[in-house]
Design a protein around this ligand. Structure first.
Ligand code: GLY
Ligand code: MN
Ligand code: MN
Length: 490
């Protein structure tokens, strides 16, 4: 962005106008400063309808309130993070804050204030936000975060209508928190200023209980969240189609063409990608989190594409397809692919209400171990012994899935008893993503296996009577993948 300001330092005693972070400063005459204060239309909006998830965020706050009676709860959105000099990383609100408010602005803080210290009457929720930029002191046009530079913010009154919460100026919050008495818990890691204000009032153990609660509360998705996850999967399917259509351009350039193509879909239909896209061609497919994406894309190799669109309301898909770059699997690629497909089918069949979270992992691992034994890769050992010793894991490498939601690895702070050792309920959404990975330098397998990696990953919602595959728009069976690619490539 060109900054046409001249570098003179103003000769003022006081500094009513904030200096831009880049150190340049406009020579501002009194007349210009005066001019910039006035002559602006009143753009205040009234009669705004609440955001679509307002009822859901209210219910989530009510559940949080019931869990921590009589305690002040502080949930920050987070601050901008400097990338370099006066540029910032793209901001994404903390999951906890967005889940409880539906707001996504930086520097916001949700505070639940107990109505009575005894805790009998619940909480009063208030959202603390940056207000509109001040025009009197020049903030709106001279500060790097002024609205003239970064765009209009909602006024506090507008935010109240949209979010269904009283809104106050966040710049007064830290001082108020310092003076507040009574028990407090805060979500850590997002706002150093708020944490500093609370430093002698909170403990790590009590804050961790709040973090755990907010992770476990998200294990079962409400109707709004399920609709968002479906949107994320649908947009992701379109992103995968985009990629198949440009594989020739990727062959002429690199994996980056695939990354950029998917990113375009994510930005146009959603907020962002939900995690760094893994665009792994050829032997890169055996590197689980290959996000450098700077390698060649070659006909005859496989492309492992693991990518997800994050919706504008911050729910992400997490989908993997392993595709033959020229449209047809070789016999060995197909053999390995079909084994992973069979494992995924077994895994998906094990996702049902009342079942254990571990069941789908065990089912998929059993299929993969059986295939590895059949292919002679495990000597004389039988499948039971292989599973007992976990020897298949040399090639299966990772767990078969995880919770999915606002975070790609959602609910990560949930306790073992409610997640890994938990029982599935309707509304839980998880990935089923078995894989087989033969590293390029793995001397324990025949040479032709080396450098082949296959993963198939879908997003599965537990329902009352079984499950639904939210990412079923993308084909999985090897012959269906080939037909789909042929149709897209024309
Ligand atoms: N994309 C990361 C994962 O599949 O868990
Ligand atoms: Mn995953
Ligand atoms: Mn994935």
């Amino acid at each position: 962005m060109a900054d046409e300001l001249n570098p003179e330092t103003p000769e003022t005693e006081e500094e009513p106008i904030k200096q831009r972070k880049n150190g340049l400063y406009p020579g501002v005459s009194d007349e210009l400063a005066e001019s910039m204060k006035s002559g602006w239309a009143d753009t205040e909006l009234t009669g705004l309808a609440p955001i679509a998830q307002a009822e859901h965020t209210a219910a989530r706050r009510a559940a949080l309130s019931a869990r921590f009676p009589g305690e002040r709860l502080v949930i920050p959105s987070g601050n901008l993070k400097t990338r370099s000099n006066d540029t910032e990383y793209a901001f994404r609100a903390s999951t906890e804050y967005a889940y409880l408010t539906g707001d996504q602005t930086h520097d916001g803080v949700l505070v639940l204030e107990p109505k009575s210290p005894a805790g009998a009457d619940g909480h009063e929720a208030t959202i603390y936000l940056l207000p509109r930029s001040n025009r009197e002191n020049g903030e709106f046009w001279l500060d790097g975060q002024g609205e003239l530079w970064v765009g209009r913010r909602n006024s506090l009154a507008e935010a109240e209508q949209l979010l269904g919460l009283p809104a106050k100026d966040v710049r007064e919050l830290a001082e108020a928190l310092k003076e507040a008495t009574g028990p407090v818990r805060a979500v850590r890691g997002h706002d150093a200023g708020i944490e500093a204000a609370l430093t002698d009032k909170v403990t790590a153990e009590r804050d961790e209980e709040l973090r755990v609660y907010l992770s476990e509360a998200r294990l079962v998705k409400d109707a709004f969240e399920i609709a968002e996850l479906q949107k994320a999967c649908d947009a992701t399917a379109r992103g995968f189609e985009d990629v198949v259509k440009v594989l020739d351009k990727a062959e002429a350039t690199s994996e980056r063409y695939i990354e950029g193509t998917f990113f375009l879909r994510a930005r146009v239909e959603g907020n962002d990608i939900g995690y760094g896209s893994i665009c792994a061609a050829g032997p890169h497919a055996t590197t689980l989190h290959w996000v450098r994406n700077d390698g060649p894309v070659r006909s005859g190799d496989l492309l492992l594409l693991d990518a997800g669109v994050e919706t504008t309301e911050l729910y992400t898909a997490d989908v993997t397809r392993t595709l033959p770059i020229n449209g047809t699997f070789t016999p060995l690629q197909r053999k390995i692919y079909d084994a992973v497909y069979e494992a995924q089918e077994a895994g998906i069949a094990a996702v049902k209400p009342g079942g254990e979270f571990r069941d789908f992992h065990d089912a998929a691992q059993r299929v993969l171990a059986t295939k590895l034994v059949e292919w002679g890769l495990l000597g004389d050992l039988d499948v039971e012994k292989v599973l007992e010793l976990g020897l298949q894991r040399r090639w299966t490498l990772h767990g078969t899935g995880h919770m999915l939601g606002m975070d790609v690895h959602d609910c990560a702070a949930a306790r073992t008893e409610s997640y890994v050792n938990g029982i599935l309920e309707p509304g839980v959404c998880l990935t089923v993503e078995p894989g087989l990975y033969f590293q390029a330098d793995d001397l324990s397998v025949p040479e032709e296996y080396r450098g082949i990696g296959v993963r198939i990953e879908d997003d599965i919602l537990v329902t009352e009577d079984g499950n639904v595959n939210l990412s079923a728009a993308l084909p999985r069976r090897s012959d269906e993948v080939e037909a789909w690619m042929a149709a897209l490539k024309g």
